[in-house]
Ligand binder design. Structure first.
Ligand code: FAD
Length: 463
């Protein structure tokens, strides 16, 4: 039997033949691909491949599969759970150069893009056509990464997540085969829903090389508002009552007093450091006013300090930019500290209990935290700050994270509403799903990636 001496060297030499200097072993490039925006230990891949088309992805995967070399897909590297750390080294497959917008079908409100396109690039391209793409994570990520993590953002309460926004995919399988899933129709009852299987699979089942997305019409009228409260409980109760009343808010976001302190300092917001709701309403001018007045009445009943309206585009943009910068603001609050973040999502009726108890746990643990949340979906992030580079501080932060997740699960929630599993949430999957479900997931993985080359070490506990 021939035992290959160095399969990685063989793959690198063979891949250079069709990628040339886009197959890099340069140390600083490998360092840039050693982790994402998470607090995990970086691991350098053996090489980084900058692919430019589906054919190259297919050839590279076939090669890596033949030699049993690990491949970690890399979009923009903004994921928060260690998703892109190449724990078994091998090749980091960088898709950021695949940035073509291939089709826009304005009449059908769909488009076809390559995975390196960002939501900002797509929205700039669509603006003149009266269309927009609503899924808006607070990072400069790629649409491929968003598919792979089943991402969402502030608009999900109205327009859904990547699960609702994705109509179909082109996927390269571990052995290099290229498949098309889904299609352009709004519904289909034509077999297993493979599109949904790949959405949220975090690069462990295949590499996404084209994405067909559902678009939305730019609303006729848009109004934003800010409402502040004396207590976290009152702010969250306002959200629960708004959602239970069926008011179709486009955005309803929470920042606790500590997050407001951070955002006021970082984004120069003209508000007080109090629990705050940021809202947006979409529709006709009359409809928007009606929705806003209905929420205002609920907020005032709950002791809210009235609405500060933000009707002009400039004020609205500043507000949402500040919301999207919340993570950086929280990380800048205490010099020398950085954060890890929880991503618990609970049924809406349990939201107040979940968030209030998370803050109480943090105070009891003597831990600095900022809370932000896409609360209309029941999803909240507790950013737990610890001294950067201090392993004990990091472990203490993880202890609090575990308590907050455990409480969320006990309320019928999930450990991750949008960030995904990666390395950081693997330990919760068995508790949340049970071993039988994990076995089914593992057998899907074994079918699609029998040699386990795709983003190994992720998703499954003990893997
Ligand atoms: C400041 C900040 C704010 C954030 N806000 C949000 C938020 O509001 N909502 C939210 O959902 N997330 C948020 N995130 C998390 C992150 O931005 C998302 O998870 C995003 O979808 C990751 O995209 P990416 O392009 O950076 O992917 P990467 O980090 O590069 O990769 C993420 C995962 O996807 C896989 N992958 C990437 N591209 C492909 C592909 N083409 N085919 C197959 N697999 C692939 C990778 O292997 C990896 O497992 C935030 C992060 C930061 C730093």
């Amino acid at each position: 039997m021939n035992i290959e001496i160095n399969p990685v060297e063989t793959v690198i030499a063979a891949a250079r033949e069709f990628l040339g200097d886009r197959l890099s072993t340069n140390t600083s490039i490998r360092e840039q691909h050693a982790k994402g925006e998470d607090a995990n230990q970086p691991v350098l891949p053996d090489a980084v491949a900058f692919v430019e088309n589906t054919g190259e992805v297919s050839r590279l995967l076939a090669l890596c599969n033949a030699h049993g070399v690990a491949v970690t897909p890399f979009g923009a590297g903004t994921s928060l759970e260690g998703h892109v750390v190449p724990v078994r080294k091998g090749i980091s497959l960088d898709l950021s150069r695949m940035t073509a917008i291939l089709e826009v079908n304005a009449e059908d409100m769909d488009c076809l893009v390559e995975p390196g396109v960002s939501r900002h690039q797509l929205n700039d391209y669509l603006r003149d056509q009266g269309l927009f793409f609503p899924v808006d994570p607070g990072s400069h990520c790629s649409l491929g990464g968003m598919v792979a993590t089943r991402a969402s953002g502030t608009n999900a309460v109205r327009y859904g997540t990547m699960r609702e926004a994705t109509l179909g995919l082109e996927v390269v399988l571990a052995d290099g085969r290229v498949i098309q899933t889904g299609g352009r129709t709004r519904k289909a009852a034509n077999g297993y829903d493979l599109t949904r299987l790949f959405i949220g699979s975090e690069g462990t089942l295949g590499v996404v090389t084209k994405i067909r997305l559902r678009l939305q019409g730019i609303p006729e009228a848009t109004t934003a508002a800010v409402c502040q409260f004396e207590s976290l409980q009152a702010a969250v109760e306002t959200v629960i009552m708004t959602m239970q009343a069926g008011i179709p808010v486009a955005r309803i976001e929470l920042a606790d007093a500590d997050q407001m302190r951070a955002s006021i300092a970082y984004s120069k917001l003209p508000y007080e450091p109090l629990p705050t709701l940021f809202l947006e309403f979409h529709g006709s001018p009359a409809g928007v006013r009606e929705q806003a007045e209905a929420v205002e009445a609920i907020a005032i009943d709950m002791g809210g300090k009235g609405f500060a309206w933000a009707e002009d585009t400039e004020t609205r943009n500043k507000l949402w930019k500040a919301r999207h910068d919340a993570w950086w603001a929280a990380n800048a609050l205490y010099p020398g500290c950085r954060g890890i973040t929880t991503d618990v999502c609970v049924p809406i009726s349990k939201l107040a209990e979940a968030i209030v108890s998370a803050k109480e746990e943090a105070v009891a643990a003597g831990q600095n935290t900022c809370i932000v949340g896409h609360v209309g979906d029941g999803n909240y992030h507790v950013v737990i700050l610890f001294p950067e580079g201090d392993p004990q501080g990091l472990e203490k932060a993880w202890e609090l994270d575990r308590k907050i997740v455990a409480k969320g699960l006990s309320l019928g929630g999930t450990c991750s509403g949008e960030h995904g599993v990666g390395l950081g949430k693997r330990e919760f999957l068995a508790v949340e799903h049970g071993e039988d479900v994990l076995d089914v997931m593992r057998s899907l993985k074994a079918t699609l990636d029998p040699k386990g080359i795709l983003n190994p070490g992720k998703m499954f506990p003990g893997n």
